[in-house]
Design a protein around this ligand. Structure first.
Ligand SMILES: *Cc1c(COP(=O)(O)O)cnc(C)c1O
Length: 362
């Protein structure tokens, strides 16, 4: 028996999810966000699966744009943090990448860009209240005018902003961000883009011309208490391993490192071959749900590097060799993440090189 833990990537789910996003967001167009190695699902794999249907990809940094072009993808690619150094500009022109422009330093580099290499498509990033990247609203008219006048920049400047808590449907923060953005860009034309995944679900008034969806593409949700499936999306990753031992442990005995869990009675304890060395979070607490076959059982004790321990009292039929699912089909990552004090995106992003990735068409 192989001890390898397996992340199965469901290509059909990726396609289903993109089609569903497109239908929800229409007439807005969709940037398929594939940053962070496609949220841990594999950049080239996901891009290949979506190539025929994706009009545009979005990545965090130039290196990912390079990987997509090297893999032969010809659609629009938006680099969401733009150039990180002056030399990036010529590279982006050569590769035909769109650049988000959020900082004065980038304007200085761009002003030097030659039109001979092709005009760079720029997205002016507006800080509408998140205070991470972007120009302050009062600077936007001046920055826009400077960009339009640059010989190396396409004059159809895009206008972009990002939400800090769009998963709070009907919340004041997002309402204020939308109002501020609309106010700032009044009179400027060019494509507008505000919405991430949660905003596509909860803020139809913010769809504008392009939405930028990552999480939903992978069937993941950050809406409190909801999984992607609750909105009609399918998980694109199932993380699984095998049960490698079942031991009867006596009442009062302590399980695992530091004995953080004490058996309330004589009971079967299962051991599954996965741990933080695979990217399963060490922070997952006793009580985190895990599937053994189709039975949902609680994790007990500390997650170790290679192993986790499970309370099998409610799965008496379990046997060594049974498939154990950590998240994915049958167990949404959203049901697991809060037990590790995180969100589902963080779980799928965390897989280590020890995990074997396989693909299925489902
Ligand atoms: C990551 C990111 C997105 C996508 O967010 P999701 O919640 O995964 O849809 C959109 N826009 C920007 C600027 C981002 O950094």
């Amino acid at each position: 028996m192989s001890r390898t833990t397996v992340a199965t990537i469901h290509l059909g789910a990726l396609r289903h999810n993109l089609a569903r996003i497109k239908a929800m967001a229409a007439p807005a167009k969709v940037m398929a966000v594939v940053k962070a190695d496609a949220y841990g699902h594999g950049l080239e794999r996901v891009a290949r699966a979506l190539d025929a249907e994706a009009e545009c990809f979005a990545v965090a940094a130039l290196g990912d744009g390079l990987r997509l072009r090297a893999a032969g993808h010809r659609q629009r690619i938006v680099v969401l943090s733009g150039p990180d150094q002056p030399g990036d500009i010529a590279e982006m022109q050569r590769l035909g990448l769109d650049a988000a422009i959020h900082h004065e330093a980038q304007l200085t580099w761009l002003a030097e860009a030659s039109a001979r290499r092709g005009r760079l498509r720029a997205w002016l990033k507006v800080d509408s209240g998140m205070h991470r990247l972007g120009f302050a609203p009062e600077r936007v008219p001046e920055v826009h005018a400077r960009l339009v006048a640059m010989p190396g920049v396409d004059p159809g400047i895009g206008l972009l902003t990002h939400f800090a808590e769009s998963e709070v449907f009907d919340g004041e923060v997002t309402r204020a961000q939308i109002a501020r953005f609309n106010e700032v860009i009044r009179g400027l034309d060019g494509p507008r883009s505000l919405s991430n995944s949660a905003a596509v679900l909860g803020w139809p008034e913010a769809r504008a011309d392009w939405v930028r969806t990552g999480g939903l593409l992978y069937g993941l949700s950050v809406v409190d208490g909801k999984s992607g499936a609750d909105f009609g999306f399918r998980p694109a990753m199932t993380l699984s391993t095998r049960l490698i031992a079942i031991n009867r442990i006596g009442k009062g005995e302590r399980i695992g490192y530091n004995g953080t869990w004490i058996c309330p009675e004589d009971m079967p304890v299962g051991v599954a071959a996965i741990g933080y060395g695979d990217g399963y979070p060490r922070s997952a607490a006793s009580g985190t749900p895990v599937l053994v076959g189709d039975a949902r059982v609680p994790l007990i004790g500390r997650v170790s590097m290679d192993l986790v321990t499970l309370d099998l009292r409610t799965a008496p039929q379990a046997k060594v060799g049974d498939r154990v699912t950590l998240w994915g089909e049958g167990l949404p990552a959203e049901a697991v993440a809060p037990h590790a004090c995180t969100i589902s995106y963080d779980l799928t992003c965390g897989m280590t090189r020890r995990v074997l990735f396989v693909e299925d068409e489902g």
